[in-house]
Design a binder for this molecule. Structure first.
Ligand SMILES: [Zn+2]
Length: 85
């Protein structure tokens, strides 16, 4: 990590928004939030964004499943009511 403190010598290095490592802004990447991040943090950000999207998909599936069960129970009650009459 000693190489992180060369900001006075080389190009104007900026700290990575993710891990604080000094990076060259001309070769740095931007995160989903528009912050300058190093390559490993950029890769991590893409993975976490993909994970968030994946979890959102799962919760949507669960919501549909719950709605489906509620609708099925209502239909079952209606059918029972008709059957008793
Ligand atoms: Zn970083």
């Amino acid at each position: 990590m000693t190489s992180a403190y060369r900001s006075g010598n080389g190009p104007n290095l900026v700290p990575c928004a993710g891990c604080g490592t000094f990076i060259d802004p001309t070769t740095a990447l931007y995160s989903n939030q528009g912050e300058l991040v190093c390559r490993p943090c950029h890769t991590k950000g893409e993975i976490s964004a993909a994970t968030v999207r994946g979890n959102a998909g799962v919760s949507y599936d669960r919501t549909y499943l719950r709605v489906g069960i509620v609708v099925a129970l209502i239909l079952l009650r209606v059918l029972i009511r008709f059957a008793l009459h």
